[in-house]
Write a new protein. Structure first.
Length: 230
């Protein structure tokens, strides 16, 4: 997907990028490629791959039809900022929390947030199950970080009541979340399936709503999540 094709495809999902947003994305792309020579930030190095699999793929969150504008959003395992920083570029009024365990990636996130002149971006260098200070999030998002039951245990506790979690997944993972929903007090709202343009790889947005307060014992530590999954 080249630059012009990227712009055309974003319009098809209801996104009309401003000149300033296009400029921000070009800064992002170039700096990502530059820093990737020093650190292992992404395996995708070609412009066409970045436009499709980082930028456009992150933007497909809009297919959820959630009210993103002015929301308090947390991105679990954001890596080099996907999807969180892309959503921040699209919706500058959101309050964004980026949780990432790699200190090198967090350094990159600090630098690129400054370069893009983004306000209200808070970078948390920690594992998600150890993050205790963040709560009352409107929307938790995450892209291909963990199996869905583990992702729910990470994300549901920090949501406000009736907040949402959106798991951005490939079509390969089998979804098994019945027990997790029961234990964590959330419900599955819908799964939205689609294909990325040009290469036609399958994607899905799996959307959950927090319906009651989550029991205090969650999230457990990662070893417990692995050995005794919900």
């Amino acid at each position: 997907m080249n630059k012009e094709q990227f712009y055309e495809e974003t319009i098809k999902i209801g996104i009309k990028l401003t000149d300033f947003q296009k400029h921000q994305l070009e800064i992002y792309k170039d700096f990502l490629k530059e820093e990737n020579q020093k650190y292992n930030l992404t395996s995708l190095e070609k412009d066409e791959e970045i436009y499709l699999k980082h930028f456009y793929d992150s933007m497909t969150l809009v297919k959820s039809n959630l009210n993103i504008e002015n929301s308090k959003i947390l991105d679990i395992g954001t890596g080099a900022g996907f999807p969180g920083l892309i959503i921040k570029i699209l919706f500058p009024t959101i309050e964004l929390y980026l949780v990432e365990s790699s200190s090198k990636k967090c350094q990159f996130l600090e630098k690129i947030s400054q370069k893009l002149m983004l306000n209200n971006v808070f970078i948390v260098n920690n594992r998600m199950e150890e993050v205790k200070e963040i709560k009352d999030i409107d929307i938790v998002i995450s892209r291909a970080v963990a199996k869905i039951n583990i992702l729910l245990e990470y994300g549901i506790p920090v949501l406000r009541l009736n907040g949402f979690l959106v798991a951005m997944k490939s079509d390969k993972e089998e979804l098994d979340f019945g027990k997790a929903c029961f234990e964590l007090k959330c419900k599955h709202l819908e799964t939205i399936s689609f294909e990325l343009p040009f290469e036609n790889s399958k994607r899905k947005l799996v959307i959950f709503e927090k319906t009651q307060e989550t029991p205090k014992k969650y999230p457990r530590n990662y070893s417990q999540m692995k050995t005794k999954p919900l």
